[in-house]
Design a protein around this ligand. Structure first.
Ligand code: SF4
Length: 268
């Protein structure tokens, strides 16, 4: 196991968030609850999702129960959570899982992606968390951690491929679900967009961006990572925390960093 994944899993065992769709230890979570939480978390914070999640599993404890209900009841229960296409896709997906998969969510990323409302991130998250499949869900939080850890200077969205490859490269040999959730938690609670809590980060002494900023003490600090070329700010927070899914939209890295490039440390 790599140094990064070992440290991350050790950190998660102590500091991982307790959430109603999670289980700890050797038990596996209910794929229905994982899927439901991941759909609700798209563009929405954990704090906003928790009461809706509790309401949904109380009303419809299984995917079959959700499939049997009428769409109007689902839309009514969803009221206030926003992005109503998610509720319509949720209902359509529940019916397809029952009709085509006999009520059991498929285990692999490709089959999950064929279902309504499930894109690449959500498919990887469900596969990893629900089935412990070797998959690396990469959202804005993970992009930010990877960009900082490896001091990737390529701006987003061009850096996406590189950041995804880096996230996949630090996958462990087991505990893929815990690793995915640990990465989400670290990005949401420690390696936050504006004021990362580096002293308590398990990567503090490995992080190239942190090392660079401590050598070259200039404003605006670590918030410049990852760089971003997109023009518009997203107004809604990303999944699993307060961070925007597509990462920090702030100013470009200071020019002194470009001057300080040397070797693969700055290769991005
Ligand atoms: S040391 Fe700081 S910047 Fe680097 S990964 Fe950890 S929290 Fe993020």
């Amino acid at each position: 196991m790599s140094e990064i994944s070992q440290r991350l899993l050790d950190w998660y065992d102590v500091h991982g968030r307790t959430l109603p769709w999670r289980v700890r230890g050797r038990r596996r979570p209910d794929p229905y609850r994982v899927w439901l939480s991941e759909i609700m978390l798209q563009q929405t914070t954990v704090a906003a999702v928790v009461p809706y999640f509790e309401k949904f599993v109380a009303a419809w404890p299984t995917v079959a129960a959700l499939a049997r209900t009428e769409l109007d009841a689902v839309l009514t229960a969803w009221a206030g959570l926003g992005y109503y296409s998610r509720a319509r896709n949720l209902h359509a997906c529940a019916r397809l899982v029952v009709e085509r998969h006999d009520g059991a969510f498929p285990r692999d990323v490709a089959a999950l992606r064929a279902l309504p409302g499930i894109g690449p991130y959500t498919a990887a998250a469900i596969a990893a968390i629900a089935f412990d499949a070797r998959a690396a869900p990469v959202d804005g939080n993970v992009e930010r951690v990877m960009a900082r850890l490896h001091a990737v200077t390529i701006p987003l969205p061009k850096a996406k491929k590189r950041l995804t490859a880096l996230a996949e490269a630090c996958l462990p040999e087991a505990r893929f679900g815990d690793h995915a959730q640990a990465m989400m938690d670290l990005g949401a609670t420690v390696c936050t967009p504006r004021q990362p809590k580096c002293p308590v980060c398990p990567f503090a002494d490995l992080c190239r961006a942190r090392s660079a900023h401590s050598r070259i003490s200039v404003a605006p600090g670590l918030a410049v990572w990852p760089r971003n070329c997109r023009r518009k700010r997203r107004r809604n927070p990303g999944p699993h925390g307060a961070a925007p899914r597509s990462g920090w939209k702030g100013p470009a890295a200071p020019s002194c960093f470009a001057a300080g490039r040397s070797g693969d440390c700055w290769a991005g």
